[in-house]
Design a binder for this molecule. Structure first.
Ligand SMILES: Nc1ncnc2c1ncn2[C@@H]1O[C@H](COP(=O)(O)OP(=O)(O)O)[C@@H](O)[C@H]1O
Ligand SMILES: [Mg+2]
Length: 435
């Protein structure tokens, strides 16, 4: 580790990249929208970088770990003044509007998370009661990936991971492509919660899916329902598009993306997610639940009425080859969904699928009890409210029931579970389907 002391003149800007720790010996700096004075100690994560501005002559002691970086840079290449302007425009509208809903959008690595934090910190510094809604399911930094969460900003912070969330909604995916409607409903729900709980401002971070027709349509749909007062866009083309679409109904403000961000690789993003899952389950225990006693939202075929196997064979005699493995079966006009205790071999599976389709025009979908293991689930308590996330550690078949062992930090009553499409291995790394 290296230690260097820097003296910055008022107005000078520096860029720092973690792992680093900065001690303000004297003077004042602006970092991610907050002012830090003498004796402040700031820790920069190894996968993050920021620009900071001296607000007076300032002496900093900078501790750099391996790969860390600190340099005084040309202020015109940095975004700090541009982001200050954005935060001031938003803050200036508070007197008139009384309640602010700010949504930040932009491509991946454009600075959304940092600008969201910057705006919230800045407005909190101006005396407003600020809340943050983390709406990026892939890099959710308040609760954990596959959720979106709300936090009251009760202290200055650099990265959302330093805050504690007050509420969250379970989405169950780390890509918005597969869960758009869950995300939109949850963001709207949590924005309303924030405002009803007395937040003057709620700043909403979003995922970076803004390209192509589908990405743009999804963002427009999200905005249509959230109805923000301010939309901050970290991209010129996207900002022009948003201004055209919303034509004065929403104040669209363009912000500059950082010029030299610490870009994260796919593996680094995965590592950040693993850290977040681990942190969430650190104080958890395993609960035993019975499928017959809880509701299962989106977990076919566990949640269907079930067709007895002998009845099933009367209609589909072809299935007799795997009859002894069928745990539960659900059927409608279009699909036959089976839960089995063991997958048939691929050749047999293909034959059965083809036969069922050609003879009955029904799609045969087979899932194994094993597929449920290590899946993340939303945990629903009283009044349909999501109270926790759970991880299925084991699924056991009993005579007439399915017993689920669920790891969760939650101890209260569990009414239902919500399924998702994330599986984690023993080390909390995501397991791709089929692995
Ligand atoms: N002003 C800045 N200067 C340099 N790097 C920055 C600045 N602001 C943010 N970064 C870094 O850029 C990367 C992307 O920023 P982030 O806010 O995470 O973007 P997004 O949420 O759009 O992916 C992060 O590593 C972040 O620490
Ligand atoms: Mg982000």
């Amino acid at each position: 580790m290296s230690v260097v002391t820097y003296t910055l003149k008022a107005g000078e800007v520096a860029r720092v990249s973690g792992p680093a720790r900065i001690e303000v010996v004297n003077g004042r700096i602006l970092l991610v929208g907050s002012v830090y004075g003498e004796k402040s100690n700031l820790v920069i994560h190894e996968l993050r970088s920021y620009s900071l501005k001296a607000l007076a002559e300032t002496e900093l002691k900078v501790f750099l770990g391996s790969g860390g970086f600190f340099s005084v840079v040309d202020p015109s290449t940095e975004v700090v003044d541009d982001w200050l302007r954005v935060a001031e425009v938003i803050g200036g509208d508070f007197t008139l509007l009384k309640r602010l809903k700010v949504v930040v959008v932009g491509p991946p690595e454009s600075g959304k998370t940092t600008l969201t934090a910057f705006i919230a910190n800045y407005l909190r510094g101006r005396g407003l009661n600020c809340c943050i809604l983390e709406g990026d399911v892939g890099q959710e930094d308040l609760a954990m990936p596959a959720t979106i969460a709300l936090a009251v900003v009760n202290k200055p912070f650099i990265w959302q991971r330093e805050l504690s969330f007050s509420e969250f909604r379970f989405i169950g995916c780390i890509s918005p492509r597969n869960c758009g409607s869950r995300i939109i409903a949850s963001v709207v729900d949590l924005v309303n919660q924030a405002l009803s709980k007395g937040c003057d401002v709620v700043v909403v971070n979003t995922d970076g899916w803004v390209s192509g027709r589908d990405g743009v349509s999804y963002k427009l749909e999200l905005l249509r329902w959230v109805k923000p007062t301010h939309l901050v866009v970290l991209d010129q083309g996207l900002s022009d598009l948003m201004s055209n679409v919303f034509r004065g109904a929403i104040k669209v403000i363009r912000a500059r993306p950082p010029t030299q961000p610490r870009v994260r690789s796919r593996e680094e993003r995965q590592r950040l997610r693993t850290e977040a899952y681990k942190r969430y389950f650190i104080n958890s225990s395993v609960r035993t639940l019975r499928a017959s006693e809880i509701g299962l939202i989106g977990v076919p075929p566990l949640n269907c009425a079930g067709v007895p196997v002998n009845k099933l064979l009367e209609t589909f005699p072809e299935l007799s080859a795997i009859a002894s493995h069928i745990v539960r079966a659900c059927k409608d006009d279009k699909e036959l969904i089976l839960l089995v205790d063991e997958y048939p071999h691929t050749g047999l599976l293909d034959t059965l699928r083809n036969e069922v389709y050609s003879k009955y025009s029904a799609r045969l979908v087979i899932s194994s009890v094993e597929d449920l293991k290590r899946c993340l689930m939303g945990v629903v308590g009283e009044n349909m409210s999501e109270v926790a996330v759970g991880l299925v550690e084991d699924v056991r078949l009993e005579e007439n029931d399915i017993v689920i062992k669920l790891r969760t930090p939650y101890n209260g009553p569990i009414k239902s579970l919500i399924s998702g499409n994330i599986r984690l291995d023993e080390e909390y790394r995501e397991v791709r389907k089929g692995e």
